[in-house]
Design a protein around this ligand. Structure first.
Ligand code: OOG
Ligand code: MG
Length: 257
């Protein structure tokens, strides 16, 4: 199976690099386990590191009911972020670099002290240097954005890009902040950070646990995306996306060719 895992990782990495659709792994590998899927994810991301991309943190996924319902998978998942995925707040997103990109509002934690394993919310908070409003660009490489749990994990949990807005102090209360996601000035998603596991800090607790289980740690300087607070919006060329976060400010970008 291990030779096979790297074949699958190469296939997914190529799909991401070339912005081409992939077939769901479970169609040909119905017995693929969650463990296999995380092994494929690591092999997949190792190919990015080999090309010179640097690790910059982690993303949590499916931490809100809105997200679970939208994709029909209801387990918390995680993926790895690299510097090449970071996008500039206020800039132009090149849509042709993606298969079928979507955007979703998130909260980002910037880590100040190493954190891994079983930790309380208070311990997790003590490891935080700053919090920030964020937008994630997700781009499942699978046809029609359809996947099973092992499929999405192997595909680095749909990671493809992220924007981080202005940093706020680590003790800023982000438990229940209003969010409005606007497209060309019209609200398309309205929600609250409380949709993220009741309080986004719980997502950081889960990140420490799950990343720790994989033998890794959240490290100083890492960015951790807590997961989408609302359903994601499918992007089209010409859209101006602006997301307003109560207390934290706005994050925006324009969708180009
Ligand atoms: C899976 C990734 C989920 C989130 O924030 O919930 C995710 C997907 O929806 O493609 O990033
Ligand atoms: Mg997300």
């Amino acid at each position: 199976m291990s030779a096979n895992l790297s074949t699958l990782a190469i296939m997914l990495d190529d799909a991401a690099r070339n912005a081409t659709e992939a077939t769901q792994l479970i169609e040909t590998h119905p017995d693929l386990t969650i463990e296999d899927a995380y092994a494929i994810q690591l092999l997949n991301v190792q190919r990015r590191w080999a090309r010179g991309e640097r690790r910059v943190g982690y993303k949590m996924g499916l931490t809100s009911r809105a997200k679970m319902q939208q994709v029909g998978v209801s387990e918390v998942i995680w993926g790895r972020l690299t510097d090449a995925m970071r996008l500039e707040d206020g800039g132009v997103l090149s849509l042709s670099r993606y298969v079928h990109a979507r955007v979703e509002p998130e909260i980002a934690y910037i880590i100040g002290k190493p954190l891994a394993g079983e930790v309380s919310a208070a311990e997790a908070l003590r490891a935080v240097d700053a919090v920030a409003p964020a937008l994630e660009i997700i781009d499942s490489r699978y046809k029609n954005f359809k996947f099973s749990l092992p499929d999405v994990i192997a595909d680095n949990s749909s990671s493809s890009g992220f924007y981080v807005g202005a940093y706020a102090k680590p003790d800023t209360d982000v438990a229940n902040l209003g969010i409005v996601l606007e497209v060309n000035g019209r609200p398309v998603q309205i929600g609250s950070t409380a949709a993220i596991l009741g309080n986004p800090i719980r997502s950081l607790v889960q990140a420490a646990r799950l990343v720790g289980r994989a033998g890794e740690s959240l490290m100083p300087g890492d960015i951790v995306l807590a997961g989408g607070a609302t359903a994601a919006h499918a992007l089209s060329v010409g859209e101006h996306i602006k997301c307003m976060f109560q207390k934290l400010g706005d994050v925006s970008f324009t969708v180009g060719e």
